[in-house]
Design a protein around this ligand. Structure first.
Ligand code: F6P
Length: 305
């Protein structure tokens, strides 16, 4: 997110615009937590996780009264357009502001879940996946040496993008995601068959939206008797220095959204299609479900067989 903030500020200053940053998301707009953003404000932040502007959920912005308040604050600060960096909730708020008051907005997809349509990647996903894979690699050493089954739960909200990507890269024996029905009984049978053929350790990745790692651990232990442990990666996946991929993605998307806003476009979200920059209407982005690539699902199945 910091790289995206840096890109928005510097791209706008480059075009001669003045930039105001709001802390704490929509809550900060309602409460007028505004600050002038200069080039130096965003210096030395590209390698920092999180966001210097901080973040918050806002119940008030979900009400029509809250949005009227926010509009008043934007007008008071003489804001002509807003770049909103965030996930589903933040972008839905942006679209509402534009639809209700014709206030120009541009979205930048920021979510480790990678569940936003209109872009192949959202900011934070690559970093979260890399952290997960590093954890899987470390756990595998104990799994191998102590001949255990490990169940590792990753984030992803209602989707399995983090699970599939980190499960593939981490060489997981099974990956459970909410998008695909699974049978714990089949998984335990597979573990038993693999053990019969001499396999003494396994790693199972569970997306938080599919099951609780603790429940899966209990089921496996009860049905196989194998020594099983579980680990919930949780918020570890949301912090730390961003990967090169995420930094460059954030810079590109932040600059694109800003440049388009300054050129008179509005109601869109910047994204990437492969390596190409794109910008899609927020109405499309927010009404379309992002699906897991079937090729990756098949690959995961083949790799774990
Ligand atoms: O949407 C990002 C995400 O990290 C999800 O993967 C997770 O379910 C959720 O946020 C956690 O939210 P909180 O930090 O409020 O517990």
């Amino acid at each position: 997110m910091n790289a995206a903030i840096r890109a928005v500020v510097r791209a706008a200053l480059h075009r001669g615009a003045e930039v105001i940053g709001f802390s704490h998301g929509w809550e900060g707009v309602i409460n007028d937590e505004s600050q002038l953003m200069e080039s130096k404000t965003v210096g030395g932040i590209i390698d920092r996780g999180g966001t210097i502007l901080r973040s918050a959920r806002s119940a008030e912005f979900r009400t029509p009264e809250g949005r009227v308040k926010a509009l008043g604050v934007l007008k008071k600060n003489e804001i002509d357009g807003l770049v909103v960096i965030g996930g589903d909730g933040s972008l839905t708020g942006a679209l509402k502001l534009q639809e209700e008051f014709d206030f120009p907005v541009m979205g930048v997809p920021g979510s480790i879940d990678n569940d936003i349509s209109g872009t192949d990647y959202s900011i934070g996903f690559d970093t979260a996946v890399n952290i997960s894979v590093e954890a899987i690699d470390r756990v595998r050493d104990t799994a191998y040496s102590h001949e255990r089954v490990f169940v590792i739960e990753v984030m992803g909200r209602r989707n399995g993008f983090i699970a599939i990507e980190s499960g593939l890269a981490g060489g997981a024996e099974a990956i459970l995601i909410p998008e695909v029905p699974y049978s714990l009984l089949d998984i335990t049978n597979n573990l038993r068959h693999a053990a019969e053929k001499g396999k003494r350790s396994s790693i199972i990745i569970v997306a938080e939206g599919a099951a609780r790692a603790s429940d899966v651990k209990l089921f496996i232990e009860k049905n196989t008797g194998f020594d099983t442990r579980y680990l919930v990666l949780g918020h570890l996946q949301r912090g730390g220095s961003p990967t090169v991929f995420d930094r460059v993605l954030a810079l590109r998307l932040g600059a694109l959204a800003t440049n388009r806003l300054l050129s008179g476009f509005k109601g869109e979200m910047a994204g990437v299609d492969g390596s190409k920059l794109v910008s899609h209407p927020l109405t499309y982005v927010l009404s379309t479900e992002r699906a897991i690539d079937p090729e990756k699902l098949l690959l995961a199945e083949v790799m774990s067989s």
